[in-house]
Design a protein around this ligand. Structure first.
Ligand SMILES: [Zn+2]
Length: 120
């Protein structure tokens, strides 16, 4: 089953923010910076969909009007696709990308067992 091209795949990421956003990729250790490629802000869904100059093409004028609801979801889906394309490109060029997570030392392995401090 190919999920990656279904509208819901992109829409759910647009809504939850758990997708190809710098802030999220940084959180899960896939990026070295949460910064947006525009350089003005951390790349959150709100920044991308509401404010960023890079992703303003076809941005709906209003998010509340029912008339533009379809337009809005088209915009969200298309913008998520662009973000994914950029993320694929990022993985190739590796500018802000953590290339191989498995090669990074795990925090748990760095901790010595002698400590009495227990982390959650
Ligand atoms: Zn931006």
């Amino acid at each position: 089953m190919e999920l990656i091209d279904t509208p819901n795949f992109f829409l759910s990421q647009a809504v939850t923010g758990d997708g190809a956003f710098g802030a999220y990729l940084y959180k899960i250790d896939k990026r070295t910076t949460p910064q947006c490629s525009c350089g003005t802000s951390i790349q959150t869904p709100e920044h991308v969909f509401m404010h960023c100059e890079r992703y303003k093409t076809d941005r709906p004028i209003s998010w509340n009007d029912d008339i533009v609801a379809t337009e809005a979801s088209k915009y969200l889906i298309n913008t998520m696709k662009i973000l994914w394309e950029e993320e694929k490109e990022e993985e190739k060029t590796g500018v802000n990308c953590v290339r191989r997570i498995s090669h990074r030392p795990r925090r748990q392995q760095l901790q010595q067992p002698k400590t009495s401090v227990r982390l959650k």
